[in-house]
Design a protein around this ligand. Sequence first.
Ligand code: WQD
Length: 337
Amino acid sequence: MKVLVTGGLGFIGSHTVVELYNAGFEAVIIDNLSNSSINVLDGLERILGKKPEFENLDLRDKQSVQSFFAKHNDVVGVIHFAASKAVGESVENPLLYYENNINALVYILQELTKMPQANFIFSSSCTVYGQAEKMPITEDASVQPAMSPYGNTKQIGEEIITDTAKVTNINSILLRYFNPVGAHPSAEIGELPIGVPQNLVPFITQTGIGLREQLSVYGDDYPTPDGTAIRDYIHVVDLAKAHVVALQRLLNKKNLAKVETFNLGTGKGSSVLEVINAFEKVSGKKLPYKIVGRREGDITEAYANTDKANTVLGWKANLTLEESLASAWKWEQKIRS
Ligand code: WQD
């Protein structure tokens, strides 16, 4: 059975392609390579022993989307990763984000409404919660006004899917990721940040390898045990597996509603300093860092309540923060060798 993976050469998308094949599916990948590299396809071939079908398409082009679905009318589901995802960039260039993250979604959904039964997995984010009142965060925590156009596109995307599923044949699962980190154990695929990494873990591994002078820790005056901000760092392989479980749930018609939402995290919060310590432990490296001011828009704390994912979806994250960091470090060393 063939699954369309949009953004399938990206960080989470490529790891999900691997888990789809491990579960007996085939994937057809759409990616416009705006935030990924064609070399990821070779990495996938080395892991899978075969090269997934790939089309370099821009989903903002309605015609391209229509002709893709006319040609590939045998896909049993769509996992939609393709989107711009840099919070800071979205503030500078909101229209790029609304065009890329919203128009593309609408064009795909329009094609899905023509299929007998359409299964749609949407890449969402814990960013929709903003700074949630209560930890750990459950799926019924209120969605806060978005702190960035990027976060707004995730909220709007969820609303578009919900409104559309009500009156069409589309069944959907919204997956709200916490902080995806790490790399495939083979080190054939991993995170490929373009330019200076915005996210913590790639900045740490690039500092560890000597690409960056030192890590700036954005604030140690948060109301947390060690003063640094807390997040739920989930291994990208665990996260990828959740997408396959979610798709199988829809294919087997096990979903309890036309649209279901699940938080995908480990359920454990880790502070920035704890991540640094864990990295030093797994790498044997002393990480140079300095404490600087808080980053605009950052929240104090976010980690997932995983009960619904564990009991309803039937998925649980197994890999630890140290395993995530060890895999990220192995990947960093591999791509710099
Ligand atoms: C984690 C912690 C920083 C870099 C972002 C997006 C979110 C989602 C995941 C897409 C924070 C601190 C970071 C650095 C630091 N993306 N930090 N020095 O901000 O929780 O979430 O990525 O869906 O939408 O907002 O992740 O890795 O940027 O930061 O101290 O050089 O590390 O302040 O506390 P974040 P992050």
